[in-house]
Design a protein. Structure first.
Length: 115
């Protein structure tokens, strides 16, 4: 059974931290890279971070220095550690896996940054 499942979202105050998890069941060995994207209300989906099979990472300028993407191969899971969160980080966060020309997406997890 192939699926991407995000977890870890929630409500956090500005300046706080959250860690999102993305479990890639059934496809780990076939993944080229995994991306975290987000979509805020009324805005287009934007790429936040990605990590490839060699753990090389890329970040959007808006999160660089605050967010860290990592992977645990034994658990088939990718994490997004989000620190120093801002109100503008509020969005639904999605993980996706790229397998050649195929993209598999999870259903997303809501992150709300508010006091």
């Amino acid at each position: 059974h192939v699926q991407m499942v995000e977890s870890g979202g929630g409500l956090v105050q500005p300046g706080g931290s959250l860690r999102l998890s993305c479990e890639a069941a059934g496809i780990w060995s076939s993944i080229d890279f995994i991306r975290w994207s987000r979509q805020a209300p009324g805005k287009e989906r934007e790429l936040v971070a990605e990590i490839d099979n060699w753990a090389r990472t890329k970040y959007a300028d808006s999160v660089s220095g605050r967010f860290t993407v990592s992977r645990d191969n034994a658990k088939h899971t990718v994490y997004l550690q989000m620190d120093r969160l801002k109100a503008e980080d509020t969005a639904v966060y999605y993980c996706s896996a790229q397998l050649g020309d195929i993209s598999l997406w999870g259903l997303g997890t809501q992150v709300t940054v508010s006091s």
